[in-house]
Write a protein that binds this ligand. Structure first.
Ligand SMILES: C[S@@+](CC[C@H](N)C(=O)[O-])C[C@H]1O[C@@H](n2cnc3c(N)ncnc32)[C@H](O)[C@@H]1O
Length: 280
């Protein structure tokens, strides 16, 4: 009896790791091997393969790879996110960044542009939308648009639909839950949806941070690039940060995740104003 190979050979793991690093930038050291094999099982079952080994053997066939890459990316990316994650950034946005950005002498209008690069399921973008809309309601005079980009199509579908399980709204202040989420008339459905007023101001599109150029405006006020640089090696981090900065207006801000403050050394033209807040 022939037993299907359940695990990857060293050679298969190395080729897969190289493919992932090359396409997505995510480092795949040997320590992540078990995790990767585990995550691939869903695709193995969906495609009726006997095991991960057969999956990888077939993957490098060009016709298969063209179709499978999107799924592979969905599988290897870690999409953890939350509403009001690292809340000090949203306080900073409200109390420091926005008032200051609106006073910049080089501004032609009061239209603020915010970009959530690596937005996952959109919670970072919608949190920003809630905070900015709240400022406008309180009398601040500006309009805003928010762009969310990510490499994973699966998370972008969720972000665009803006439908979430009610329990993920736990970190959202109660008055914001009331104001910015719709609940289903069917109370047994534990789902909420971001109100259309905020959805209209928020666009999501697929973009790979590894690309050599980004199809994004060059006068963005604030870029969130949080909890993604950590997966890249130092040189890739430097390149990504440099490219992101070329889309910031002078005086604009780049916000990174709490474990990513090391990007400080990546770009001399960025001034660190707080451990995870950088100004161009
Ligand atoms: C851990 S989530 C962070 C989400 C959000 N920024 C936050 O801090 O809550 C990381 C996201 O980065 C995305 N990602 C990973 N590699 C990427 C790449 N090369 N280009 C664009 N997005 C990428 C993943 O798909 C994932 O949704």
């Amino acid at each position: 009896m022939v037993h299907a190979k359940r695990q990857l050979s060293d050679r298969q793991f190395r080729s897969l790791a190289e493919l992932i690093e090359d396409q997505v930038g995510i480092k795949m050291p040997n320590a992540k091997r078990l995790m990767l094999e585990g995550r691939l099982h869903k695709r193995v079952r969906a495609l009726n393969y006997s095991g991960v080994s057969e999956y990888v053997d077939n993957l490098f066939d060009k016709a298969v790879l063209d179709d499978e890459l999107t799924h592979l990316i969905d599988v290897v990316t870690t999409n953890k996110t939350d509403f009001f994650r690292e809340p000090q950034h949203f306080d900073f946005l409200k109390t420091v960044a926005v008032p200051e950005l609106l006073k910049l002498p080089n501004r032609k209008s009061n239209d603020l542009k915010v970009w959530s690069a690596a937005c996952s399921t959109g919670m970072e973008a919608y949190t920003t939308a809630m905070v900015l809309d709240d400022m406008v309601r309180a009398g601040a005079r500006f309009q805003f648009r928010i762009l969310g980009t990510d490499i994973s199509t699966a998370v972008l579908r969720v972000a665009t639909a803006a439908i979430y399980n009610r329990e993920v709204t736990a970190p959202v202040p109660p008055q914001f839950v009331e104001r910015y989420f719709l609940t289903s008339r069917d109370r047994s459905r534990e789902e909420v949806r971001v109100v259309p007023e905020l959805r209209r101001l928020t666009n999501f599109t697929r973009m790979n941070l590894m690309d050599s150029s980004y199809p994004v405006d060059r006068d963005v006020d604030v870029i969130f690039c949080r909890n993604v640089l950590i997966y890249f090696d130092r040189e890739t981090q430097r390149k990504v940060v440099e490219q992101l900065c070329s889309h910031l207006r002078p005086g604009g801000y780049l916000l990174v995740g709490h474990s990513e403050s090391m990007i400080h050394s990546a770009l001399p033209k960025l001034r660190q104003v707080q451990p995870t807040v950088f100004k161009l």
